[in-house]
Write a protein that binds this ligand. Structure first.
Ligand code: HXC
Length: 294
């Protein structure tokens, strides 16, 4: 059986729980295919083992849990809707696996949870967060959409957070750990890395046998507020429209699988826009994007 070399994650045993540490400090633990495969391999290897109670996923260091998908991969997807949608489907394999996991997987949010990294945390069965942790979906500022669940899953898991989620998706608004706890997104707060991991491990044991599936749907979502005129150029109206449409369509879908597929295709559509070309080029050139012409 093929086992990818474990180079991007560390695995430790704490009280019958496998603690998986995302470890790419040079890129704030951003996810790429190899890392995703390694996480998936660790979970697959141990999920049937009765000696293992479950898993914790945490980020190396104190700055970031995970800065999202590796943006360096994105230029090769521009202009090809099918390839980009397939990339999103591939990125999603780990997350879809978590949806069906027989054992609890708890996210320990030690710092920034951004984009695909936040989407990963939101698919875990509980989130324990350091008090200073921040959640953000910066995709709109890159001229793309959060295609692996953020337009779908949180509306089903935490319906009362819908208005806040709208702001995160369409304006890139940040959510602090304490606010996320008030909304039910974060289950518990911690002080520092050690306390965080200890609480996350305890939560795995508390969840044993009580992992709730993500509801299918459909689900009601409130209307989006129009963007203030002053924001022209900061983000692309075409991308905001794609996000709003995908959220509405996904909310109306009767199965989670159908809803997720809407997200993958929206990612594919976004990859074909001038906004994506500008947003990704700007990030890689370390300059601010200018979406005026998009
Ligand atoms: C690749 C990344 C990265 C990412 C950070 N880095 N995030 N590389 N992919 N997602 C790299 C930086 O390029 C830099 O590399 C190093 O990590 C440290 O980051 P800095 O930017 O120097 O740090 P700082 O100035 O503190 O800024 C932190 C930050 C910023 C605000 C988090 O790094 C940032 O905006 N990152 C992108 C976050 C993001 O947009 N995530 C969403 C991705 S899209 P060098 O080599 O210069 O030191 C996504 C979509 C998922 O996740 C759906 C897929 C289908």
């Amino acid at each position: 059986q093929y086992q990818p070399a474990q180079r991007h994650v560390l695995v430790d045993d704490v009280d019958r729980v496998k603690v998986i540490t995302l470890r790419r400090p040079e890129a704030l633990n951003a996810l790429h295919d190899e890392m995703t495969d390694e996480i998936l391999a660790v979970i697959r290897r141990h999920e049937a083992d009765p000696r293992v109670a479950g898993f914790v996923i945490v980020g190396y260091g104190t700055k970031a849990f995970c800065a999202g998908a590796d943006i360096g991969r994105f230029p090769s997807l521009l202009g090809d809707a099918d390839a980009a949608a397939q990339y999103a489907r591939d990125c999603s394999r780990l997350l879809v696996h978590l949806d069906r996991s027989p054992k609890p997987v708890v996210a320990a949010l030690n710092g920034m949870g951004l984009g695909g990294g936040l989407e990963l945390a939101m698919r875990c069965h509980a989130i324990v967060a350091d008090r200073r942790a921040v959640m953000q979906l910066p995709e709109v500022g890159l001229g793309i959409v959060p295609g692996i669940g953020a337009m779908v899953v949180p509306y089903r898991r935490w319906p009362r957070a819908a208005a806040v989620l709208h702001g995160m998706l369409t304006r890139g608004e940040r959510l602090r750990a304490g606010q996320a706890q008030e909304l039910g997104i974060v289950d518990e707060l911690a002080d520092g890395w050690q306390d965080l991991v200890t609480r996350a491990v305890a939560r795995v044991h508390a969840l044993a046998g009580a992992v709730r599936p993500i509801p299918d749907g459909p689900v009601a979502v409130p209307p989006f507020e129009p963007a203030p005129a002053a924001e022209a150029g900061v983000r692309s109206a075409a991308i905001v429209a794609l996000i709003e449409q995908a959220v509405r369509e996904a909310a109306a879908a009767t199965t989670l699988g159908d809803a997720l597929e809407i997200g993958y295709r929206a990612f594919g559509a976004a990859a074909c826009t001038p906004a994506a070309r500008e947003g990704i080029a700007a990030f890689l050139a370390k300059r601010s994007p200018d979406f005026v012409a998009t």
